[in-house]
Write a protein that binds this ligand. Structure first.
Ligand SMILES: [Zn+2]
Length: 124
């Protein structure tokens, strides 16, 4: 092999390596994206499983150390949602529990008729 052929092979090889490196980096990024996507979905599945387990076993002793803070958090959210409804001047839908504007005739979420005592007050 002549010097020039050798040089050509070396440059060609180097160029190919850089190309491979680029492809490799692209592959790594694609694989990392796939892993992140699967992990995000896995997180969602674990969350659903946890919620299903909690709903079925909230009174059970198993995992009570994990159940108690969840119950506390849910109670706190319910308390804050009631506070929020009050602050917004809204009332709770008796059917679905949605926050409904005071005076509305129907719940915008489930369509249930709202028994608004305000609208029943005769106008004098
Ligand atoms: Zn409703």
């Amino acid at each position: 092999m002549s010097f020039l052929e050798n040089l050509g092979a070396t440059i060609g090889g180097g160029a190919k390596t850089a190309l491979d490196k680029g492809k490799e980096l692209k592959d790594v990024a694609a694989i990392k994206t796939q892993i992140a996507s699967i992990q995000a979905n896995l997180g969602k599945l674990y969350k659903e499983l946890g919620k299903a387990y909690y709903d079925e076993n909230k009174e059970a002793a198993a995992y009570s150390d994990k159940m108690a803070p969840i119950k506390d958090a849910l109670d706190k959210i319910a308390e804050l949602e009631a506070k929020l409804m009050d602050a917004q001047g809204n009332v709770k839908c008796p059917v679905c529990g949605a926050s409904v504007e005071a005076g509305a005739q129907f719940c915008p979420k489930c369509g249930a008729a709202m028994s608004s005592s305000d609208s029943e007050i005769p106008i004098e």
